[in-house]
Each structure stands twice: as structure tokens, then as C-alpha cells.
Design a protein around this ligand. Structure first.
Ligand SMILES: Cc1cc2nc3c(=O)[nH]c(=O)nc-3n(C[C@H](O)[C@H](O)[C@H](O)COP(=O)(O)O)c2cc1C
Length: 433
């Protein structure tokens, strides 16, 4: 496979929540929000386009940051209602045969044994196509749903996350790959010599082991992370196979990649063994003019409703932005929530109004016809040298088609992305180039 190919993924923000209920092209997504059809359609389309993976976001709280009330969020179906995304994984796996599937799990609230078993089960069910996005969960309200009065401190959460991953890895290794011998003559399904306890005793977690299901087909399902703070990057550098990076400028991409590769090397690993992928939201049109018109409409909408961006950012950073004067200089703020995200948010303007108007969660400078955007992406990879992109944006079937049936074929014609999967396992496809 050519060395200059890059990888593609889809970051499904708001996951198994409500998508496009009041938008053009939303179809029946409002009525059908709790059914898996849209997600299965996304999985099939992503596989047709030979994506590496679809990542399913998750959060475990109803936000009440903006105006110290749940009203703003519930009225607009922002982050609630939201189903648990894990049950989507087998359904999406059943509808595909090569696509990687990455559910999100909280290292602060999920017991590592259950997580190791769940992901191993899914990896066995999908024949080696599952990964896991490890998040520390950042909201005070999430912590309170799990019995804490106040959330664990940001850096401590990452220390716990690192140990969490070690337990999980040991549990996955508690069965040898050839432990299941299914020897009918000797009456032996499992060779007991190939299964052992782990007796893990750490600072935060203990687990005796072994796992009570077999070793996952990938050995190690794909480990993904998206932390932005120095602690988040350190955590990723140690073990992760892919890191997702949400930045809005080329300079930020370069800086993130340089830092990440240094940290991976310092952890004693080959920097190429940890893929850095940028979160992108392209705007595609039948003509460049049409695409730019869509950008202008989006900007006008942001200008008319700055509170939407402020409420969204509030739920990520655990800050009530409604208490500040929207037109006064905002200065420095601190949080125990998403620190990297807050830092980036504050850089986008001097006042909250400016920040809300400029607000970009991901890289949005990809605008034009499918071929134009394909050229921009290829040029970007050349300049920055990253490993690929994960698309995000409001989920409608139209947007899925724009990306998978419009943009990806244009990328394939340029020889920038794969036209066929080479391997059965997600890990092998991701690390194959
Ligand atoms: C692409 C992407 C996906 C993420 N998915 C989730 C998620 O599903 N659930 C969650 O609680 N946090 C999610 N996060 C937040 C990160 O885990 C992390 O908290 C955030 O980037 C801030 O980094 P920091 O905590 O190191 O400051 C995501 C971030 C990015 C960029």
C-alpha cells in the first residue's frame, strides 16, 4: 500500500442522541432518534467509503451549565436525551464487515474489568473490528451521577486513566491467543495452561483476573484518545494507537503533531505507531459558490445566536458563560473540565461574543466542490504531515452522502485514501500505513 495514503474516520458527536430534528434534511431523525437506523446507515456508508472507523461519542449527564439550568439544553435536545451508544456497536458491526467501531468509555466511572470484558466480547463478535475511546469524563454533573460530590481533579483523572488502561491490557492478555483448542477427543475446549490470573494491584484499581471471555481477536483492540492538555497527551503517548485532535488552524495542527510525536518517542515507541488524526468539518457544494454560501449562512446563524456556542462550550468546560458580560474582555479562566478545549476557546476572540462568532470546534477551512475539498485535504496532509482526518458535523443522511459519496470518491481518484480494505482487523488496517 502506498505510503502517502491517509486515514479517514467519523467522529459522531452527540452519538446516540438527537440529530437534526429541526433542520433541513433531518428527515425523520427527530421521530426516530432512539432507533439505530441512522447509525447503521452511517456505518454502511463509511464502510463503502473504506473508512478506518466510526467513533461514537458519549457523556453521562444532562448539562445545566448555561444559566445554571437544564432548560437551554433540554429544549434544544443538546446532549440529552441520549441513549447509551454501546448497544449500537453490534448492530453497526452486523451491517458491515471491515469498518472499525469505537465506542467511548469513561475511565473515571466504568470498572476496568467490565470494560475489558465488554470490549473483548464486541471484538469477538465483530471478528476484530472494535476499539475504545478512553475519556476521563469532565463534568461535575457526571461525577455526581456516580456518587461523588465533586469531580476528581483533572490531572488525577488522567493518572487513573493510565492505570485503568494497564489493567484492561493485562486482562486482555490473560488468555493466550491459542487457549481455545476445542479438542473433542481429549474433551478439552480450553487449555487451562493458557489462561492465568493477573493479580493486578495498583493505586486506584485491583483485579484478580483472568477475564472470563477469550482473548480479543486483535489481541489488543484499538486504543483511542482525544485529550488536548499536556496530561491528556502524556496519557495518549504511553499506549494509544490513535489520537484525535480538534483544532481549527494549520499552526495548531502542526504544533499538536510535533508535540505528540515527541511524547510518543519519549515513551519509547515508534511515533508512527500512534496515528494523529484531525477533526474536520468540510462544507461541500455542487459549486464552490454554493459551498461558500452555506458557510455564510452558518456564520450568520452563529452571529444571531451566540448563546448556542456559549452553552455548548459551557457543557464541555463546566463553566456558566451566561454570567459574564458578553461584550467585555473575558480574560483568563480555569476549569476542572476540558482544559485544552477551554484554552483553545479563549484564543478565538477577546470577548465572549467574538469567541462565539468565531467558534470552531474543528477544522472548517475545507470549502468547495468535492474535488476542491479533496485537493485541500491532500495539500494539508502534505504540509502538516498528519495521518488523516475524522469528519464531524451535524448528522443528516445528506451530510453522510456528501462525504462518503462525494468527497471520498474524489479523494480516491487522487490516490489519497484507500479504495479497498487490506485486512480483516481494524488494528491492521489502521497501522498498515
Ligand atoms: C474528537 C474528540 C472526541 C471526544 N469524545 C469525547 C467523548 O465521547 N466523551 C467525553 O467525555 N469527552 C470526549 N472528548 C474530550 C476529550 O476526552 C478531552 O477531555 C478534551 O479533548 C479535553 O482535553 P483535556 O481533558 O486533556 O484538557 C473528545 C474530544 C475530542 C477532540
Amino acid at each position: 500500500m502506498a505510503a502517502d495514503l491517509f486515514h479517514l474516520g467519523w467522529f459522531l458527536g452527540n452519538s446516540f442522541g438527537v440529530h437534526g430534528w429541526n433542520q433541513l434534511w433531518g428527515g425523520t431523525s427527530g421521530e426516530d432518534w432512539s432507533h439505530p437506523d441512522l447509525h447503521v446507515d452511517l456505518a454502511k456508508a463509511a464502510e463503502r467509503a473504506c473508512f478506518d472507523f466510526v467513533l461514537l461519542e458519549d457523556s453521562v449527564f444532562v448539562p445545566d451549565n448555561y444559566g445554571s439550568s437544564m432548560d437551554f439544553y433540554l429544549k434544544r435536545a443538546l446532549r440529552a436525551p441520549k441513549n447509551d451508544p454501546l448497544p449500537l456497536v453490534p448492530l453497526m458491526a452486523q451491517a458491515t464487515s471491515r469498518l472499525g467501531l469505537v465506542p467511548t468509555i469513561s475511565t473515571s466511572f466504568y470498572p476496568p474489568y467490565l470494560l475489558a470484558r465488554l470490549i473483548a466480547t464486541l471484538d469477538l463478535m465483530s471478528k476484530g473490528r472494535v476499539g475504545c475511546n478512553f475519556v476521563t469524563s469532565t463534568a461535575e454533573r457526571a461525577a455526581q451521577n456516580f456518587g461523588l460530590d465533586t469531580h476528581l481533579e483533572h490531572d488525577l483523572r488522567y493518572e487513573m486513566a493510565a492505570e485503568f488502561v494497564e489493567v484492561v491490557l493485562e486482562l486482555w492478555s490473560s488468555w493466550d491467543a491459542d487457549a481455545i483448542v476445542m479438542d473433542r477427543e481429549r474433551g478439552m475446549f480450553v487449555d487451562p495452561a493458557k489462561v492465568r490470573k493477573i493479580d493486578f494491584k495498583g493505586q486506584f484499581f485491583s483485579s484478580r483476573g483472568p477475564l472470563n471471555t477469550a482473548r480479543p481477536p486483535q489481541g489488543q483492540p484499538v486504543l483511542v484518545q482525544a485529550g488536548n492538555s499536556p496530561q491528556g497527551q502524556d496519557f495518549a503517548a504511553k499506549r494509544m494507537d490513535a489520537v484525535l485532535c480538534a483544532v481549527s488552524t494549520v499552526e495548531e495542527m502542526k504544533a499538536f503533531r510535533t508535540t505528540m510525536r515527541k511524547k510518543v518517542a519519549a515513551a519509547g515507541r515508534d511515533p508512527d505507531s500512534c496515528k494523529v488524526m484531525y477533526v474536520a468539518t468540510p462544507t461541500i457544494g455542487e459549486s464552490d459558490e454554493e459551498a461558500w454560501e452555506r458557510v455564510r449562512r452558518r456564520q450568520a446563524h452563529r452571529k444571531a445566536a451566540p448563546e448556542l456556542a456559549l452553552a455548548q462550550m459551557g457543557s464541555l468546560t463546566d463553566i456558566d458563560f451566561s454570567v459574564f458580560d458578553i461584550d467585555a474582555p473575558i480574560g483568563e479562566l480555569t476549569t476542572n473540565g476540558q482544559q485544552g478545549t477551554l484554552k483553545r476557546f479563549l484564543k478565538q476572540g477577546a470577548t465572549l461574543r467574538e469567541i462565539a462568532q468565531n467558534y470552531k470546534y474543528s477544522y472548517e477551512e475545507l470549502v468547495g466542490t468535492p474535488d476542491k475539498v479533496a485537493g485541500q485535504m491532500a495539500a494539508l496532509m502534505e504540509e502538516v504531515g498528519g495521518d488523516g482526518f475524522v469528519f464531524t458535523g451535524n448528522l443528516t443522511r445528506r451530510y453522510i452522502a456528501e462525504i462518503t459519496d462525494g468527497l471520498v470518491p474524489a479523494l480516491q481518484r487522487r490516490g489519497a485514501v484507500r479504495r479497498a480494505y487490506e485486512h480483516q482487523h481494524f488494528r491492521d488496517n489502521l497501522l498498515g500505513f
